[in-house]
Design a protein around this ligand. Structure first.
Ligand code: NAD
Length: 545
């Protein structure tokens, strides 16, 4: 029971360490990489605080070095999902009743553990398991996840402060209680921070959670779970299971206590989940909250006034950092013919310098894509573009999976604006450019707006303020996160709340108050200090004679 209106520590974005040669963080990270490479781990599931081993071991390996074994995890089945739901429901009453400041303390401590003693291990696990270079791991696994925890706590208190007015003689207040059931956190491979935040956000608001990470991000999920446990998340509040997507969905989405899903991943999977929820709607005790951030076909649109060097840098960083495996990655660009030769030359110059290889070599800007099916799919699109009349591969195009899943940063020039790689999310290091005639700018804006089903991120480059205003208005439905003269990636918690509309998701803005509101039920309480003792209102009195 709280006995005060407590101020939580001021939330500040975790500073991004530089890892320059000779720095302490660089040597700590290198030591952690050596340590993790030097031993094979065995990862159990964690259900009700117990380590659960199925005995069915699956190998974990770096996408950039498929012959090396990082360890094994215990693959679960439907019985483990049921166990996890039972454990969550058993933990629910005590967790829901715990005062908010104690939930806050746990996640503030988790942030400090992550930013401090766990930082190198968390980054190293993400680098090895998901093939991220040091900088990409740092901004994701260390900084963004710590920001999610700290800003989450602040935003939770802002929600608790959202209270109604009270007229004289009565007192009204809102109580924000957790959902009546458990929340399913279904997480993607590409961001360790998202994998950690999807179970943490509902738990912070008092919910119990079953968490199923992606099979290609189990290695870092194990470290996140260690942090949760050391920070003091009680047994059963977050339960980690390693099962396939369909197995998890079959048990969770048909369970009467299913109260919500916190999902990030592809649009197709989200739509299949939503459909299954619809089919089972009569089974649930309450209407489940459905929160999903999904795919993107994120654009860069430039006009003739654009700063060409800034544009070229945004194209290279936006499209190729983390091998383009960001939901926000720039994957289609619209460049006017008048500046294209210059922009093309600048992009080509940078790509000629870009180094590709394992993240353990800190000079590599580009590492491997996540798995073989992604590699084969991406390579297929590139080979197709080489063969098609409507497109030309102008940079990159090389694919090699002999050691790891390496795909060169590739730029395709499309000669028609609805060429397949301008429309479909490929999720890899492939940028498609459509060069438009300068006088067809308005038409090109219309084409951009209707070309894909997505509306996640987009960037415009212009130095003319009237143009900037026009594009911002014209493209208002085309992106949930809109950038002016900047790359469309790299949203920071607390600064650019993230999420998109149309096919890109429910746009609940991860890390913000809007998202956290989805994990509570509001009870409004009215107390009357002077309840009426007569049932008739004064107007019922008869006229005076
Ligand atoms: P994915 O959809 O393949 O997997 C996401 C999760 O769903 C995983 O845990 C997976 O095991 C599970 N899953 C897979 N098939 C399932 C099924 N049939 N039923 C139930 N669960 C199933 O996504 P991914 O490849 O891990 O991540 C990449 C995708 O995520 C991209 O489309 C990307 O744009 C999107 N993404 C979006 C955001 C955002 O904020 N909008 C952020 C990161 C990633």
């Amino acid at each position: 029971m709280s006995k005060g209106f407590y101020n939580v520590p001021v939330a500040v974005n975790e500073p991004v360490l530089s890892f320059v040669p000779g720095s302490r963080e660089r040597s700590e990270l290198q030591a952690a990489l050596r340590e993790l490479r030097g031993r094979e781990v065995e990862l159990p599931m964690v259900i009700g605080g117990r380590e659960v081993k199925s005995g069915k071991l699956e190998r974990m390996f770096p996408p950039h070095e498929i012959g090396h074994t990082l360890g094994y995890y215990h693959q679960g089945d439907a019985t483990h999902v049921r166990m996890a739901i039972e454990a969550a429901m058993a933990a629910r009453e005590a967790w829901a009743a715990l005062s908010w400041e104690h939930r806050a303390s746990i996640f503030l401590k988790a942030a400090d553990l992550l930013a401090g003693p766990y930082r190198a291990r968390m980054n190293a696990a993400t680098m090895l398991g998901q093939s991220k270079n040091a900088y990409q791991a740092e901004i994701d696994a260390a900084c963004e996840l710590a920001d999610f925890f700290r800003f989450g706590v602040r935003e939770m208190t802002r929600i608790y402060q959202m209270q109604p007015e009270s007229a004289r003689g009565i007192w009204n207040y809102n109580e924000f209680r957790p959902l009546e059931g458990f929340v399913y956190a279904l997480t993607p491979f590409n961001f360790t921070s998202i994998a950690g935040n999807l179970p943490a956000a509902p738990a912070l608001m008092g919910n119990v959670v079953v968490w199923k990470p992606s099979k290609t991000a189990v290695y870092s999920a194990g470290v996140i779970m260690d942090i949760f446990r050391e920070a003091g998340v009680p047994d059963g509040v977050i339960n980690l299971v390693f099962v396939s997507g369909p197995v998890g969905a079959d048990v969770v989405l048909t369970h009467p206590d299913f109260a919500g899903i916190h999902f990030t991943g592809s649009t197709g999977v989200f739509q299949s989940v939503w459909k299954k929820i619809g089919e089972n709607i009569y089974k649930y005790k309450s209407y489940p909250r459905i929160v999903g951030e999904t795919g993107g076909k994120d654009f860069i649109f430039a006009d003739a006034t654009a700063d060409r060097q800034a544009l070229a840098v945004a194209m290279v960083r936006g499209a190729f950092e983390y091998q383009g495996q960001k939901c926000s990655a720039a994957s289609r660009a619209y460049i006017p013919a008048s500046i294209w030769p210059d922009v093309r030359e600048r992009v080509g110059k940078m790509l000629a310098e870009v180094k590709m290889g394992p993240p353990e070599d800190f000079t590599n800007f580009v590492n491997a894509v996540i798995d073989e099916s992604s590699f084969d799919k991406l390579c297929g699109f590139i080979r197709q573009a080489e063969a098609d009349q409507d497109a030309e591969v102008i940079f990159g195009g090389g694919c090699d999976k002999s050691v790891g899943y390496f795909i060169e940063p590739t730029v395709i020039q499309a000669f028609k604006p609805d060429y397949i790689t301008m429309e479909e999310e490929l999720f890899g290091p492939v940028l498609t450019v459509y060069v438009y005639e300068d006088e067809k700018l308005d038409e090109t804006l219309d084409i951009l707006d209707r070309t894909s089903i997505y509306a996640l991120t987009g960037a415009i480059f212009s130095q003319n303020r009237y143009h900037i205003e026009k594009y911002t208005q014209r493209l208002q439905n085309a992106a949930g996160n809109f950038y002016i003269n900047d790359k469309p990636t790299g949203a920071v918690v607390g600064q650019q709340p993230f999420g998109g509309a149309r096919g890109s998701g429910t746009n609940d803005k991860a890390g913000s108050l809007f998202n956290l509101l989805r994990w509570v039920n509001i009870r409004t309480i009215k107390e009357n200090f002077n309840p009426p003792h007569q049932y008739l209102y004064p107007n019922f009195a008869p006229d005076k004679q």
